[in-house]
Design a protein. Sequence first.
Length: 214
Amino acid sequence: MSEPTAATCPITSLLGCAVEIHLATLTLSALLAEIRRDELLVCEPVLEGSAVRLPAGSRVRLLADHAGECWEVLAEVDSPQDELENGVRLRCRSAWRPWVPRRAPRTDRRLAVEIISGQPGDLRRVLCVTRNISEAGFAALFDPEAELTPGLQAEAHLFLSVHQPPLRVTARCVRRRALAGRLRGRMEVGFEFTDLGEAQRVALRQTLSGMAAG
């Protein structure tokens, strides 16, 4: 199958926000032009909240669903936010390629981000504004030493600077694995637009595209 083009590839340049702000900022992105290996993505934070920084060299896997097609790319933190005035740079380490999810996405605007490497607990701490979550679940998200249980779920409502709130973030532990004799869980985080009219969607895409291009 051919690589995604500007017309077919919904690329996330906000998808770098798990690097800073909420996992959310390594997440949302706009429909950008074709991205090739070693190309840089500049991710500007548009969400407010406690910052979680990943060091340069940390790897992330970006997934984007669009119109029933799903693409993935491996990227590496090139310059963290504390080295840039207002953003995070990610360097793509692989071309966007088709990716078949285990389950069909609930919406064609759903995005997911997985931190492959970084500081222990980063992925759990990035969700700093959570609702509808038990005390034990909250502790598991914020405590780097807490044990994650498959099925653990959390939900956060995030606010973009241009809308009130167009985005809902959900996270859940999808599996555990033994690492150096200890169980580590992997949190899968999805972003989904809610209650947006077509005009708002267009405005939001233009806003994100402009930020990514800048």
